[in-house]
Design a protein around this ligand. Structure first.
Ligand SMILES: [Zn+2]
Ligand SMILES: [Zn+2]
Length: 243
């Protein structure tokens, strides 16, 4: 199977996970603990993928450009998720008063759409380099897709949007990721740059979106789940990495 076809199939699965995350918001009662552990496992897995796979591989492929592109990726998400929107964070949105002006929900959606676009760039650039890199990056993406869909749908709920609008917003995340995959395929020769930028994006999502949510949960158990996510990447590398 070609790297592009594989990326597209996995991109569709990732989009379905977003929709599943969105549906849980409307299908009460859902378990908050389940979601918290998902965020914790995802944060560890993503952080390890960014720091032990994406960053070193992109620096290996583009020693001069990669460090600046990683920084650029980090700050692109920072700007679109947290500087421009008035209110955004991962997890359940309970601050309904922040959403009196519905522009706030729209900016949060745009921020997340830019983030999911780079999820797509990450998956495709990974598969263009090696099956192992593509798979581990897909693992990092799929593990935060349910909380991602959940976050988006609960923002729409807090903004008093209709359920249909909420589910459309969640589906749009999946579409944006597919666009990211196709965009990377269109400029396949720049794969090392795509990996570097999306490595910075992954670093941001792990360390600045997910870890702060993990830190709101007290106790050792949640920290152990983060560590389990890190350990999974190291074990998978020992088992499957070819280089
Ligand atoms: Zn909030
Ligand atoms: Zn994502």
């Amino acid at each position: 199977m070609s790297p592009l076809v594989l990326s597209l199939i996995l991109g569709i699965i990732a989009g379905l996970a977003n929709i599943f995350g969105g549906v849980i918001v409307y299908a009460r009662p859902w378990s908050r603990t389940f979601l918290a552990y998902f965020i914790a496992l995802g944060s560890g897995f993503m952080l390890a993928t960014a720091l032990t796979e994406m960053v070193p591989e992109s620096i290996h492929l583009a020693p001069l450009q990669a460090p600046l592109l990683i920084l650029a990726g980090y700050f692109i998400v920072h700007f679109f998720e947290h500087s421009w929107p008035a209110h955004f964070h991962f997890g359940e949105e309970t601050h309904a008063d922040e959403f009196v002006n519905s522009r706030v929900a729209f900016t949060a959606l745009t921020g997340l759409l830019i983030h999911t676009f780079f999820d797509g760039v990450a998956i495709a650039s990974g598969f263009f380099i090696s099956t192992w890199l593509g798979m581990v990056i897909f693992g990092a993406v799929i593990l935060h897709n349910i909380p991602e869909g959940f976050t988006m749908a609960s923002i729409m709920l807090a903004a008093k949007k209709r359920r249909l609008d909420g589910l459309l917003a969640v589906s749009a995340l999946g579409v944006s990721r597919i666009v990211g995959i196709l965009a990377m395929a269109a400029v396949e020769r720049q794969v090392s740059y795509g990996l570097a930028i999306s490595g910075g994006v992954t670093l941001y999502v792990a360390a600045s979106d997910l870890i702060p949510e993990v830190n709101k949960m007290p106790g050792l158990r949640i920290a152990l789940v983060v560590a389990a996510g890190v350990l999974m990447v190291i074990v998978l590398r020992l088992l499957f990495a070819t280089a």
